[in-house]
Design a protein around this ligand. Sequence first.
Ligand SMILES: [Zn+2]
Length: 174
Amino acid sequence: MPLAVTHVLLTIILVDLYRDYVMKNHKKLLSMHTLLIAGIAGLLPDIDIMINGFLTIFNMGTALLQHGGITHTPLFGLIFLIPGFILWKQNKHKLATICFVITFGILFHIFLDFILGGGAHTGIMLFWPISTATFKLHILRQLGMANLPMAIDAIILLVWLWHEEAKHKIKDFI
Ligand SMILES: [Zn+2]
């Protein structure tokens, strides 16, 4: 399953690439601060591990908050689009961008868990709350490559550092 570092790093890298190559003249809408929020949002669905751990202490664990449950549904990510569009209409474009970035981070987390194998063993409830049917590809589990995420982390970090160095942008992150 993807590690926390993979979720955070990949989300930040993709949002940063989007900022550099797609937004170009609108870069200012997406600050370094927002990039940090992107990284946190990329890990946000796994907050169910903490919530569930906390609830279990008080014997209040619920099935819906099991790891890979409702915080791993597309709905959880799409909900942030609502404040996003409202803020955009109010011309608060920077704040709206934060909401859009959170949606992306959550959906991308779910996508990674779905493809590589994370969250619940049973898969992702793609259509919750309409249906509780679960879907998964879980490529890494099927291939028996449990240690691969560690290697992926290292490769992602190295390639990104190379990219930043090549663009002389390392200072952006210090
Ligand atoms: Zn997850």
